[in-house]
Design a protein around this ligand. Structure first.
Ligand SMILES: Cc1cc2nc3c(=O)[nH]c(=O)nc-3n(C[C@H](O)[C@H](O)[C@H](O)COP(=O)(O)OP(=O)(O)OC[C@H]3O[C@@H](n4cnc5c(N)ncnc54)[C@H](O)[C@@H]3O)c2cc1C
Length: 392
């Protein structure tokens, strides 16, 4: 028989969602001695965090709060979390953006100037140097940029180990427990109702990834997180042929775009297991799970342009996930003044694995009443009401 939550059980923190974000929040909150409960409608990590890639990138970020969070998170991955690096296959492999036309090289050079001004370490490299880094890359390349700080992890291992360490420190994890509503005392959020009973908590944190908008609606607040679907192709395992994370200059434009239609640009990376992961597409089609052959075709064709040897490589499988997209491309992190007691940590779109640890740490600091390492105002959920008023 499935256990049912006692209606009297109470925690300091209740986290909705056990993806990378929920796991990082649980990890950092338990490290502060807070009592933590995590509920998920599915298995641990069964949402987007198991349907993605694990790039930790600074190279694709525009300057602003997201870049600040990426830099902060990178310091955590490389610093206080480095003792666990082997658990989640952390590799500081560096990223390379390849330009195959003079016009895209000129745009890349413009982007580099701005990135350097914002403290991103990047080096322009010529074709000879590019070939030294990536001997198998296209002969069409006219130039490239190398980002030594871009890194990679295995997302499921990150999620599973952060959650395990939180559980070992006392967090209670409730998989297959769907949040169906909120317990209220006037405007205040006091807990959640679920398919396994009620859970009370001082702080309820919406870490429901692409479902974050739906969960917010249950509490009567607008947080416009929507799914943005992306496909990834997985090759047969092989001897290493791609050594860094390599992508084409157009990828940056796609990441920053709000276009709902299908967009695709090549992103190619090797993995410790030998398979090459080939991404990626972006399209806003709700939670549609119907196979889109056009997306997969475009990804494959683009990847072959970047690495011609891939034309002779077998694809073992493909998968897709739903990125938690928000219209202004800034994650939603912090307390919701419209429903006191409710916090959000969602909307990390295509960067939630990389940004998970920074998000988890600043949420834990704020919930524990500490000064946060980054200002939460930059990520506030309240901005959406301001936006809708401004655009009305
Ligand atoms: C193709 C693709 C490639 C990507 N590549 C990268 C990359 O290279 N690097 C990177 O950093 N990011 C990448 N991302 C983005 C990254 O996967 C996400 O930003 C991240 O996984 C979001 O984590 P999350 O914990 O917020 O959401 P999720 O992992 O989706 O977790 C949310 C959880 O909430 C649960 N939930 C939902 N509703 C409820 C409810 N009512 N009650 C209880 N539980 C509920 C779900 O079951 C789910 O487990 C990629 C995404 C895709 C799709």
């Amino acid at each position: 028989m499935s256990p049912v939550a006692s209606s009297t059980s109470a925690s300091d923190v209740l986290v909705i969602g056990s993806g990378a974000i929920g796991a990082a929040i649980a990890y950092y909150c338990t490290r502060r001695g807070l009592s933590v409960t995590v509920v998920d409608s599915g298995a641990v990590g069964s949402g987007t965090s198991s349907q993605c890639e694990g790039n930790l990138l600074v190279s694709d970020k525009e300057h602003g709060p997201e870049l600040d969070l990426a830099n902060y998170s990178l310091k955590l991955w490389q610093g206080e979390l480095s003792e666990h690096s082997h658990l989640w296959e952390f590799e500081n492999k560096g990223g390379i953006i390849v330009a195959s036309q003079d016009s895209s090289m000129a745009s890349l050079q413009r982007a580099l100037r701005v990135q350097r001004e914002h403290g991103i370490r990047v080096e322009e490299i010529d074709v000879a140097e590019l070939k030294r880094y990536e001997p198998n890359v296209t002969d069409e390349a006219v130039g490239a940029a190398f980002y030594p700080d871009d890194s990679q992890v295995m997302p499921m291992l990150v999620t599973a180990h952060l959650m395990r360490m939180a559980a070992e420190a006392g967090a209670r994890i409730w998989p297959y427990t769907e949040v169906t509503g909120f317990l209220r005392g006037g405007e205040n959020v006091l807990g959640v109702t679920t398919t396994r009973g009620s859970f009370w908590a001082d702080a309820v944190i919406n870490a429901a990834g692409p479902w974050g908008g739906q969960v917010a609606r249950l509490a009567g607040v607008n947080v416009p997180v929507e799914p943005r679907r992306g496909y990834v192709l997985v090759t047969e395992p092989m001897e290493p042929k791609v050594f860094r994370k390599v992508y084409a200059a157009e990828y940056i434009d796609n990441v920053g775009s709000s276009d709902g239609g299908l967009q695709s640009s090549p992103v190619v990376e090797g993995t410790p297991a030998g398979s090459i992961l080939i991404g990626s597409s972006r399209e806003r089609v709700g939670f549609d799970t119907t196979f889109n052959p056009q997306a997969v075709q475009q990804i494959a064709a683009n990847a072959v342009k970047l690495f011609p040897f891939l034309a002779e490589t077998r694809i073992l499988r493909h998968y897709f996930g739903f990125r938690p997209y928000v219209p202004d491309h800034v994650p939603v992190i912090g307390p919701d003044p419209r429903a006191p007691g409710l916090w959000h940590a969602c909307g990390h779109e295509g960067a939630g694995i990389g940004l998970s640890v920074g998000t988890g740490k600043i949420i834990a600091q704020a919930v524990a009443g500490e000064q946060t390492d980054l200002p939460l105002e930059d990520f506030t959920p309240a901005r959406f009401d301001e936006l809708s008023e401004a655009s009305a």
